[in-house]
Design a protein around this ligand. Sequence first.
Ligand code: C2E
Ligand code: MG
Ligand code: MG
Ligand code: MG
Length: 278
Amino acid sequence: KGKELGNGCCQHYHFDMGAQVSRRVEMEAELRIAIEEEQFILYYQPQVDFNGCIVGVEALVRWQHPGRGMIPPMEFIPAAEESGLITKLGEWVLQTACRQAKKWQDDGLPPIYMAVNLSARQFHQQNLLQVISQTIEQSGLDPQRLILEITETVAMKSAEYTTQVLQTLRSMGVQIALDDFGIGYSSLLYLKKFPVNLLKIDRSFIQDIDTEPEGGSIARAILGLAKNLQYTVVAEGVETVEQLNFLKKLQCDQMQGYIFSKPLPSAGITELLLTMLR
Ligand code: C2E
Ligand code: MG
Ligand code: MG
Ligand code: MG
C-alpha cells in the first residue's frame, strides 16, 4: 500500500515500522522463553517511616537476560503488557514476593509490608481475585502484610469495576496503594470513592523540591489534602537531604528512595532487617 504513494519518505516510514514490529515479535518470543526458564529476579526497595525505620519493601522485577545482562522493567513490561504475557509474569512476581515476605516473617525478622505492582492488563484480567487469593493462601502470608499498587490512570479507567475489585481485596485484608500519584490528572476527591489506603506521590514532584523555584508546592498540596483525607502518604524517589527535610517538615508518613537504599536483592534486605533487631 505504501508503494502506491510512490515516495521515498513513505517507504522509509514503512521500513522503520517493519523493524519496530519485528523487534517486538523478537522480544515477545524471548519473553516467553524467559518466563518458562524463570530468568526474572525480584529486587526489593525499602520504604521507611518518619524515624527512618523500614516498614515495608516494594518488589521490583528485573530480567536477567542470558546475553544482555540485567534489563530494567521499563524495557520489557510494555511488551509483556501488549502481548498479554504480563499475566504469567505478574503471577510469578506475586508468588515470589509473597513467599519471600513469608520467609522473612518465619525467620523472625521485624514485620514489614510487601508492596507489589499491578499493571493495567493484570488489574483487568478475568481471574485476578482468584489468583491473588490463591497466591496469598498458598504462601501462608498474612494478607494484612500485602500492599497492591495500581496507578490512578488504571483505577480511573472503569470506576465501577475498580471499586468492586478494590472492595473485595480490602475485605480479604489486602491494602491498596495509588502509585505515581499526581501525574494522572484525576482529582483526589474523585479518587476518594475508591477504598485506597496509601498514596504514593510521584517522583517528579519530589525532584521539583530542589530543582524548581516554587519547588515542592505540588508535593505540599498533595500531602496536605491526602493527609486530610486520611491516606497514608508515601513519597517516591527521595534522593537528597533537602527533599528529606522538606518531607519531614510536612510530616510525610513514609519515604522511599536512593537516599535510604536502592532496590536490593533479597539478601540485602535480610541484612538490613537483621540490623534492626540488634
Ligand atoms: P514504580 O512502581 O513507580 O517503582 C519505583 C521506581 O522508581 C523503581 O524503578 C525504583 O527503582 C525507582 N526509584 C526508587 N527510588 C528512586 C530514586 O531515589 N531515584 C530514582 N531515580 N529512581 C528511584 P524500576 O525498578 O526501574 O521500576 C520502574 C517501574 O516498572 C515501576 O515504577 C513499575 O511501574 C514497573 N514495575 C517494576 N516491577 C514491576 C512488576 O513486578 N510488575 C509490574 N506490573 N510493574 C513493575
Ligand atoms: Mg510501584
Ligand atoms: Mg511509583
Ligand atoms: Mg514512578
